[in-house]
Design a protein around this ligand. Structure first.
Ligand code: SF4
Ligand code: SF4
Length: 119
């Protein structure tokens, strides 16, 4: 999510949410659990909970509309506050694995990211 409010040096060694290939990462929008607290309610009237390792329904890739967050700049506060630069190594590896599986990065780019964690 290049346009995201998320800041810091990400798992790819870039600022914000930029991928090595200059596209927009959205790995945490699958890997991490988030409470979607902005206006969206589940059938029971509760804030929508996006579980870990499930694609968020607001991912533009899942909506067939490009990349990044489909509800930016109204994305939920937990999403705004999250950035992988603060993450533990195990979760970083999960993020990299997801991005590789989804074709967001090449094998070489994923390996470079893994090396950054291990070194
Ligand atoms: S994992 Fe999330 S916070 Fe990190 S670069 Fe990707 S989209 Fe941004
Ligand atoms: S609401 Fe947007 S930023 Fe939050 S998980 Fe979904 S796609 Fe990602």
């Amino acid at each position: 999510m290049i346009e995201s409010s998320r800041t810091g040096i990400n798992i790819w060694g870039n600022e914000g949410c930029e991928l090595p290939g200059k596209g927009s990462c959205d790995a945490c929008c699958n890997v991490k659990p988030f409470i979607i607290d902005y206006g969206y309610r589940d059938p029971g009237g509760n804030p929508f909970y996006k579980p870990a390792e499930k694609d968020c329904p607001f991912m533009r890739r899942r909506m067939g509309k490009g990349e990044g967050c489909g509800v930016y700049p109204l994305h939920p506060i937990p999403c705004q506050n999250y950035h992988c630069s603060q993450e533990l190594p195990g979760i970083r590896l999960m993020l990299i694995s997801y991005a590789l599986e989804e074709g967001l990065v090449t094998q070489i780019e994923a390996l470079e990211a893994v090396k950054r964690i291990l070194m």
